[in-house]
Design a binder for this molecule. Structure first.
Ligand SMILES: Cc1ncc(COP(=O)(O)O)c(C=O)c1O
Length: 462
């Protein structure tokens, strides 16, 4: 794709706003191009910001990821990591497609069940889960990833009282992450496997899981390979059902063209941001797509063949818990512009204030900025000069910036315009929302384009 930031032979653009165009799924393009009036009236009627959630794209992502794992010769069950988005529509889609749900709290578990996902397809992660969550998990036959010896003893007690065995994974610290706060160290794993053997009848050990930050396929493959070894060790110690390895989430998502992303990183600096703010870290927006990463993990050589081959040879199946990857392109967030403070004469850029806050754009939560350019609607027929502006929320907080980066809007932004932040379903839209200032939580509207002339919409909810 030709860069919008470089003319032929011209140097990189200094402090001029950098154009970082967000990639668009064809369904998203069709909605923005052919159904703007509907989007505008939904925003006006339901309030700003408004999250648009697109389960048909989620469903397509499930199919692609399943295909990628199958292509790599791996037997993988998908559990959607619910924490990445609270909308109920994705749970319903998961239930319909035989995809499980990864939850980390009792309310998430209840929502998964209410959405139609059977207990045996629900995985429970998170450290030191409370007794209520344990009791529900045992009652519904969920798979519990146990994080410590103490938790294993508590869970066994709950199972004994319920007279139902708990289905258990042991979450271990991978060799490449010895200082993680999650999971059992080697000696603790050894003791936990012994305890599972002692407590057989109350605890049924199904396999092993691990927690890794980051998106490195090699690290994930090596950690998964270690977990296969742990399964074999547990079987030798009399636990024949140890045959499952949970590789976690952490499949990357591509938000922008990778060349553009590289160019952005080369020229990025504090002068690109409101108040010359310096950001240390960004999500890798130009990374590889999830399906490619899934193939890379499963094809990674782990001694005597690929990870998938090692698992097949040893009768081990996998579970993966993608959150962000299943939500790639499956939603966007619209704000209405409330005010434009044109400081171009003094500061060189404007401050666009939108109805709503940056709590609906959670990258701020990670001390970072959501970088893909928002789309300005209406687009305007003849783009004039670039209009540089950052985007602020309408709260009383100085730090409430939806976008700190100065965006090069293709025309002057006006009160009443709409800004659309693309690809926000994965963590952005609701991880951090709060009823600050007593504002109601933003609504989510479910849209399906399907094959009909006009999209069908409804409010999200079970
Ligand atoms: C246990 C567990 N599973 C799944 C996920 C989902 O990760 P992602 O959304 O990157 O796929 C996470 C993320 O924190 C996690 O901690």
């Amino acid at each position: 794709m030709p860069s919008p930031n470089r003319g032929p032979g011209t140097p990189l653009a200094g402090a001029r706003p950098f154009t970082l165009t967000a990639l668009r799924h064809p369904v998203v393009s069709a909605l923005l191009e052919d159904h703007r009036a509907l989007l505008g009236s939904l925003l006006d009627g339901l309030g700003s910001p408004l999250h648009v959630v697109l389960p048909e794209i989620f469903e397509g992502n499930v199919a692609q990821l399943r295909q990628a794992f199958t292509d790599a010769g791996a037997d993988v069950d998908l559990l959607f990591a619910k924490k990445a988005n609270k909308a109920d529509c994705y749970v319903r889609s998961a239930a319909a497609l035989g995809v499980g749900i990864d939850v980390a709290s009792a309310p998430e578990l209840v929502k998964a069940l209410a959405g139609g996902v059977p207990g045996h397809r629900i995985g429970i992660s998170g450290p030191e889960k409370d007794d209520t969550l344990h009791a529900l998990a045992v009652q519904h036959g969920c798979l519990v990833a146990v994080d410590s010896l103490g938790e294993l003893r508590r869970l066994a007690g709950t199972a004994r009282r319920a007279r139902r065995p708990a289905r258990v994974l042991l979450r271990c610290r991978a060799g490449n992450r010895p200082s993680s706060r999650f999971g059992l160290a080697a000696a603790e794993r050894d003791a936990a496997v012994g305890l599972c053997a002692e407590l057989a009848g109350h605890v049924d050990l199904h396999g092993f899981s691990f927690h890794l930050d980051g998106y490195c396929a090699t690290e994930r493959a090596l950690a998964a390979s270690e977990m296969i070894d742990h399964c074999l060790d547990a079987r030798r110690r009399g636990l024949p059902s140890a045959a499952l390895v949970d590789i976690g989430g952490g499949l990357p998502v591509r938000y922008v063209d990778p060349h553009l992303w590289r160019e952005f990183l080369e020229q990025n600096g504090p002068d690109q941001y409101h108040q010359a703010r310096e950001f240390k870290d960004f999500y890798p927006y130009g990374g590889q797509p999830a399906a490619r990463a899934a193939r890379a993990i499963m094809s990674h050589p782990v001694g005597g063949g690929s990870l998938a081959a090692k698992a097949a040879r040893n009768g081990v199946r996998f579970v993966a818990e993608p959150g962000r990857a299943l939500l790639d392109q499956a939603g966007f967030t619209m704000y209405r512009v409330q005010q434009v403070d044109d400081r171009r004469p003094s500061d060189g850029y404007a401050i666009v204030t939108v109805a709503g806050s940056s709590f609906s754009m959670s990258e701020q939560w990670f001390g970072s900025d959501y970088l893909p350019d928002p789309v300005l609607l209406p687009a305007g027929r003849t783009p004039g000069e670039v209009f540089p502006a950052c985007v602020a929320g309408s709260t009383c907080l100085e730090a409430d910036l939806v976008t700190w980066r100065k965006i090069g809007f293709p025309r002057p932004v006006r009160r009443g315009d709409h800004l659309v932040y693309l690809n926000t379903a994965g963590y952005q839209m609701d991880s951090n929302e709060s009823p600050f200032h007593d504002a109601p939580l933003p609504r989510k509207v479910v849209l399906r384009l399907g094959s009909e002339d006009s999209p069908r919409w409804r409010l999200d909810g079970i």
